[in-house]
Design a protein around this ligand. Structure first.
Ligand SMILES: NC(=O)c1ccc[n+]([C@@H]2O[C@H](COP(=O)([O-])OP(=O)(O)OC[C@H]3O[C@@H](n4cnc5c(N)ncnc54)[C@H](O)[C@@H]3O)[C@@H](O)[C@H]2O)c1
Length: 254
């Protein structure tokens, strides 16, 4: 008897941004186990190669700065010519920003939007075009954060970029429903990755314990988030669109 797997991704081509590290890397490895064809994008070539070594040998890797919309389209054109038309994407790449309001600048505000938020718009624009989109089912997954739901000090730029992702999810879900493209969002709680390491120096030694105590189920892993992304990319979620999934060990339930 063949085992039934509702999250099987055989025959589906999926684009993942941020695939060189953390949640994006865990997602790539999981989707590969679910038999998806992958187009892996990131600015970090070394990390991408490491991820690819744990996926299928013919998966496509593209080293690209996501802030460059035309470079992203060029690389997707090449990837589609090799891997075939796309059934979905997960925009996972992102950066943190810790700064009190008195220290923020317009340049830094623009930078965080250009990486965390705006690629969601142009990936959706490019990959909903029939030049790139597969005929069959299509699903877009965007990554927000619990910090779009609750306030936190010195986090206003990151919060802005992740709250916008939730608005984009809902509006695109409605706009794309007639095209049978689903759009959903995952809002993770705290996951130990390189992102946390980049901002660790802002905090004292008790910060880790405090963060952990804010999650009733303890801290999560990149794989916990990858599982929910895989569900949303698969046909197991075919009646789900415009939804925001808090995958946060109970953080937002308090
Ligand atoms: N780790 C957490 O606790 C947490 C919590 C909530 C939300 N998130 C979100 O999850 C996503 C992944 O975070 P992570 O923790 O895995 O971080 P990470 O730092 O491990 O990975 C982020 C990836 O994005 C890539 N990237 C950054 N700027 C880029 C650019 N300009 N062009 C292309 N690639 C670029 C990096 O090279 C890196 O591989 C982010 O959007 C983050 O905001 C993370």
């Amino acid at each position: 008897m063949t085992l039934y797997n509702p999250m099987d991704l055989t025959g589906k081509t999926i684009v993942i941004t941020g695939a060189a590290s953390g949640i994006g890397k865990a997602t790539a490895i999981l989707l590969s186990k679910l038999n998806a064809n992958l187009i892996l994008l990131d600015i970090n070539e070394k990390g991408l190669n490491d991820t690819k070594s744990q996926c299928k040998p013919d998966d496509f890797i593209g080293t690209v700065d996501l802030t460059d919309e035309s470079a992203v389209e060029t690389i997707l054109k090449e990837a589609v010519s090799i891997r075939g038309k796309v059934n979905g994407f997960a925009h996972i790449a992102g950066i943190p920003s810790i700064a009190p309001i008195k220290a923020i600048t317009k340049k830094e505000a623009q930078r965080i939007l250009e990486i965390n938020t705006l690629p969601a718009l142009y990936l959706a624009k490019i990959l909903s075009n029939k030049k790139y989109k597969a005929e069959e089912s299509c699903s877009f997954v965007l990554i927000s954060s619990v910090y779009a739901n609750v306030g936190s000090s010195a986090n206003v730029l990151y919060t802005m970029s992740k709250a916008a992702i939730q608005g984009i999810t809902k509006s695109l879900a409605i706009e794309f429903a007639p095209k049978k493209i689903r759009v959903n969002c995952v809002a993770p709680g705290f996951i130990k990755t390189q992102m946390g390491e980049k901002i660790n120096h802002f905090f004292d030694s008790e910060h880790d314990t405090l963060i952990e105590s804010m999650h009733p189920l303890g801290l999560g892993t990149p794989e916990d988030i990858a599982n929910s992304i895989a569900f949303l990319l698969s046909d197991a979620s075919k009646w789900t669109t415009g939804a925001i999934f808090n995958i946060d060990g109970g953080f937002c339930a308090q």
